[in-house]
Write a protein that binds this ligand. Sequence first.
Ligand SMILES: Cc1cc2nc3c(=O)[nH]c(=O)nc-3n(C[C@H](O)[C@H](O)[C@H](O)COP(=O)(O)OP(=O)(O)OC[C@H]3O[C@@H](n4cnc5c(N)ncnc54)[C@H](O)[C@@H]3O)c2cc1C
Length: 454
Amino acid sequence: MVEEVSVSLFWFRRDLRLEDNRGLEAALRGPHPVIPIFIFDRNILDKLEDRRDRRVTFIHRTLSGLKEKLRSWGSDLWVFEGTPIEVFGRLSAAAPERVRVRAVYTNRDYEPYAVRRDAGVAELLTASGATFESFKDQCVFERNQILNQSGSPYTVFTPYKRKWLASLTEADLALCAVQPLRHRFHRVTTSPPLPSLADLGFEASESSFPGTALHRDTLRRYGEERDFPARDITSRLGLHLRFGTLSVRDVARQARDIDPVFLSQIVWRDFFMQILHHFPHVVKGAFRRDYDRIPWRRDEKAFARWCAGNTGVPIVDAGMRELDRTGYMHNRVRMIVASFLCKHLLIDWRWGERHFAQRLLDYDLAANNGNWQWAAGCGCDAAPYFRVFNPWLQAKKFDPDGTYVRRWVPELGSGDYPAPMVDHKLARQRAISVYKAALDGSTPDPRERDSLFD
Ligand SMILES: Cc1cc2nc3c(=O)[nH]c(=O)nc-3n(C[C@H](O)[C@H](O)[C@H](O)COP(=O)(O)OP(=O)(O)OC[C@H]3O[C@@H](n4cnc5c(N)ncnc54)[C@H](O)[C@@H]3O)c2cc1C
């Protein structure tokens, strides 16, 4: 009779790389040989509206590269499809190749769904006599690592950043090398094939994806030029930080040498992750709960014009079209379009948040939610609600010669381009008055709220 071999599994999720991967390193240093796995999670895939979702194509391509690399090391990547509970149920009962799963290693994920999923998987594994081990890898500081003097989480960015920078040691950014441990992978002889995109119910997207290189010379100008969308000065690493095709420690270490403002963006990323961890109510409602009283307009027609980049406000339309065509939008423009939706159109920030979640290549629940709440004025450390971005002035300041706008709105100035949906001055006054009434506890007059729309 062939004997069972005890193994550990390393479960890839938002950490799709072999190098500098803390959970993977821990698995390889553990007592059993390691088999890496990935699960196409139906709970996530089934919520995607677009069969050509760019992110599914990106993940698929990345997995194909990982599989090839692991094979060249004598191992392989087992890829499954289903819900994690189903997959681990099957693997615990009877794994392929007569292996016995003794431990599952992962890197931690802080989104509420992921936390519930991992608790369920850990329970199932414990019942079958296996362990579930998780590691910090996705951010530099997590959960309770950065707290204020009274031991509470920070809700304002600047003091959080100060503490973050003061707490940073070399060990926090130390690389962990996986390659020298590659003999610790289990020698896999058979392997389930990588399901095709069609098997998963998707089609390949034609999109190209930004690379993983950090352009140090360009990024040195980050502090002065990052707000100008036409200059393409930002790193475009969001996608890679989202899926872990780059290590955040690696990016943070380089950012430290390149530009302090660039490093601050990595701190913002950690900041919103810890907000999500400590205040999970933000997934459903405003961080500042009194903002949930704002009577948003449920105007599907106006929302559709915003989504399509057809509002008649050139910088807003340029951003929305860039998002639609590429899955990316420059940060300054994200702020402008988000403010326009919540303030000028008085449409619920959660509608915009959902639209971004479906489209952004770098979509991340913590960052998207935190930034949308910031734009709507209801988040932690948000600008006061009475400060309303003027999209015309923003365009003048950050796209002074109109290069960015013309790139996406070539028909500007022709009869084909619509008149603005709303007048800035009137929309601003209306937003302030509706917000104020809601926050004062009085009921805003619906006629006033709807006054600027037909
Ligand atoms: C309404 C709105 C929604 C957003 N949604 C997301 C999102 O879903 N995912 C996301 O990663 N970022 C989001 N951002 C933040 C920011 O716009 C993007 O991170 C950035 O534009 C990505 O481009 P880049 O990689 O060139 O960033 P860079 O400017 O080069 O910054 C480097 C990295 O720092 C992080 N970062 C930068 N700015 C922020 C920020 N304000 N908050 C959190 N992290 C930041 C990102 O990981 C980014 O890739 C959003 C901003 C707004 C205003």
